[in-house]
Design a protein around this ligand. Structure first.
Ligand SMILES: [Zn+2]
Length: 283
C-alpha cells in the first residue's frame, strides 16, 4: 500500500481518537487576572486538546520515515470503518470553515471582517441610531479587533472547536474565549480613552441589527450569552491592576517542540512493531 495513504488514514484514526478523548477536558480557568492575560490563557486552553493529537501525528510521521514506499502491509476493512467517524468530523469542520469564509456577515451593525486584511464594516442605519460618542466608542472597539487580527483568530478557534464536535466542553471553551476576547478589547479601547458607558450604549444600540452572524467576523456585541455580564462590566470603572504579563508562550512552544521531536524519534525507533500489530489485528 502507498505509504502516504496509510499515514493519512492512521492520522485520521489515531489523531482523531486522541482529539476526541481530550475534547471532554473541562479546561476551566479558575482565577482572575487582567483581561488581556485572561484572554491569552483562554486561547491556550482552547488549543490544548489538539496537542495530544499532534503528538500522535508526529509519532506516525516518525514511523512513516522508517518505512519503505510502498509499505508491505495493507489496511484491513476494520481500520477504514473505524476511521470513518473521525473523517466525518474533520470533513464537517473543513466545510464549516470554508462556509464561514464565503458567507457574508448577514445582518450586522458594526463588524470587523477579513482574515488577512481585517477591515471594519458599518451598517449605515447604525450611524443614524447611535450618538457621536457611542459611534466613536464602537469604532475604537472594532479597531482593537483589527489590530489583533481577530477575524483570523476567531476562524481558527472555530475550526479547532469543530474538530472536537460534538463535545459540549469544547463549545464551552470557545464561548468562554469569545467572552474574554470582548473583555480584553473593551478594556483596550477604554484604556485609550473610550468611556465604558458610551461603549455599552453602542453595544446595546447595535443589538437590533445583529441576528445570527455565522461568519469569520469580530462583532461589537460578541457572543450573546456573555452580553449581560459584559454590559455590567462596562458600567464599572476600568479595573486597574499590576502590568499585564503575557502567558509563557515561549516556554509552551519550546516544551511542545521537544515533545514532538521525541515523538518523531520514538516513531522511527518503535513505530513499526506497534503499527504492524495494529494492521495484523485489523485484517
Ligand atoms: Zn468585539
Amino acid at each position: 500500500m502507498e505509504r502516504e495513504s496509510l499515514l493519512a488514514t492512521l492520522i485520521v484514526l489515531l489523531g482523531g481518537l486522541a482529539l476526541q478523548l481530550f475534547a471532554v477536558w473541562p479546561g476551566r480557568i479558575g482565577y482572575s487576572c487582567a483581561s488581556r492575560r485572561l484572554e491569552r490563557l483562554h486561547w491556550l486552553v482552547l488549543w490544548w486538546p489538539a496537542a495530544p493529537a499532534l503528538t500522535v501525528a508526529a509519532w506516525l510521521c516518525g514511523w512513516a520515515l522508517s518505512q519503505p514506499d510502498p509499505v508491505p502491509g495493507h489496511v484491513g476493512r476494520l481500520i477504514f470503518i473505524a476511521a470513518v467517524p473521525f473523517a466525518i468530523v474533520g470533513g464537517r469542520a473543513l466545510v464549516r470553515a470554508a462556509w464561514s469564509l464565503c458567507h457574508s456577515p448577514g445582518v450586522y451593525g458594526i463588524v470587523t471582517v477579513g482574515l488577512l486584511r481585517p477591515r471594519i464594516v458599518v451598517a449605515p442605519e447604525l450611524a443614524k441610531t447611535l450618538d457621536e460618542r457611542a459611534m466613536q466608542a464602537a469604532l475604537a472597539h472594532e479597531l482593537t479587533h483589527v489590530r489583533h487580527r481577530d477575524p483570523l483568530r476567531i476562524w481558527l478557534a472555530q475550526f479547532v472547536t469543530d474538530l472536537q464536535w460534538p463535545w459540549v466542553p469544547a463549545r464551552r471553551r470557545f464561548i468562554g474565549w469569545l467572552a474574554t476576547l470582548e473583555y480584553a478589547r473593551d478594556d483596550e479601547a477604554r484604556a485609550e480613552g473610550v468611556d465604558g458607558a458610551d461603549l455599552a450604549a453602542a453595544v446595546l444600540g447595535s443589538l437590533r441589527f445583529q441576528l445570527g452572524i455565522d461568519a469569520a467576523a469580530a462583532t461589537l456585541i460578541g457572543h450573546p450569552e456573555a452580553l449581560p455580564a459584559r454590559i455590567a462590566r462596562l458600567l464599572r470603572p476600568l479595573p486597574i491592576g499590576p502590568p499585564d504579563k503575557e502567558p509563557p508562550y515561549l516556554a509552551v512552544a519550546a516544551g511542545l517542540s521537544v515533545v514532538w521531536l521525541a515523538a518523531i524519534l520514538l516513531g522511527i525507533l518503535s513505530g513499526e512493531r506497534l503499527i504492524d500489530s495494529l494492521l495484523a489485528v485489523s485484517s
